[in-house]
Design a protein around this ligand. Structure first.
Ligand SMILES: C[S@@+](CC[C@H](N)C(=O)[O-])C[C@H]1O[C@@H](n2cnc3c(N)ncnc32)[C@H](O)[C@@H]1O
Length: 261
């Protein structure tokens, strides 16, 4: 018998998700415009977002399409979305992306943002997405790239890289390659919006200590301590005042894909 995959619900993050992952004011509209452009979305499009969360993408994007459906395994995250919702029309479904409750060839686009790293059986999810997309419709994959150049995050990643089991699904390094490797065909260029966020090193370390990021949820206390020690050593070695917020360049990226032929 096959073991049931271990999914990663964000129930525990619902209360702080927007505070730690939200876009700076104004950036969310720019970010959702990338989906419109990449997927040729119009006010006649029927769109599904898997792992809709608190609606970071759904709330600004829903008014631009005809039907927006959000699916998530976390009721607490979707409850946040409901609390923030004004007039946006969004249908929310509690469910698992590995079993999409939609007819074959019934959707004009599927959106996935920061979700594949949480899904152990992501090939099943990709198969489901391919099934529900109408012919010619695309998977729109979005992700934030914050801090590939940010030394603190790089130091953390390097320090924990020998703990193999921190993400359930696609690793950070594979975030761009896994879809082409699975036979999905990139259509058009990778679209990017560049923006700047601010965060003090102290806050960054605090967030690691408080396990705000899903990659820390399965780490032991000792592993977290080892990663934090490396970050604190970097701060000290470089004479950085940890209380002063620094500006971090970030991008939001969207790439459209057609399913394998
Ligand atoms: C990192 S959050 C991203 C939320 C939103 N897409 C965004 O960019 O802000 C990932 C979301 O995916 C949900 N999730 C994880 N595994 C899932 C699965 N197998 N099916 C549906 N949702 C899932 C989590 O509960 C969480 O709300």
């Amino acid at each position: 018998m096959q073991a049931t995959p271990q999914y990663v619900s964000f129930d525990r993050a619902a209360d702080y998700y927007d505070e730690t992952r939200g876009f700076p004011p104004g950036v969310e509209q720019q970010a959702v415009n990338l989906f419109v452009e990449a997927g040729n979305l119009t006010n006649r499009s029927r769109v599904l977002e898997i792992g809709v969360g608190t609606g970071r993408i759904a709330l600004p994007l829903a008014p631009k399409v005809e039907t927006y459906i959000g699916l998530d395994i976390s009721l607490a995250m979707m409850q946040r979305l409901r609390q923030k919702k004004g007039g946006e029309q969004i249908t929310l479904i509690e469910g698992n992306a590995a079993h999409l409750p939609f007819a074959t060839h019934s959707l004009d686009a599927v959106i996935a943002v920061h979700v594949f790293h949480l899904i152990p059986n992501y090939p099943d999810v990709l198969q489901e997405i391919a099934r529900v997309l109408r012919p010619g419709a695309m998977l729109l994959h979005g992700w934030n790239d914050r801090g590939s150049e940010n030394s603190l995050e790089r130091t953390w990643r390097d320090a924990i890289s020998h703990f193999h089991d921190v993400s359930r699904g696609i690793s950070w390094e594979k975030r761009q390659a896994f879809l082409p490797e699975a036979g999905w065909r990139a259509i058009g260029p990778e679209l990017r919006h560049l923006y700047v966020t601010e965060r003090s090193p102290l806050t960054y370390v605090q967030h690691l200590r408080e396990r705000k990021w899903s990659q820390t949820w399965r780490m032991t206390d000792e592993q977290i301590a080892e990663g934090i020690a490396a970050v604190e050593a970097f701060i000290a070695d470089n004479h950085i005042d940890p209380t002063i917020p620094n500006q971090v360049e970030a991008t939001f990226n969207v790439q459209a894909f057609l399913p394998p032929q």
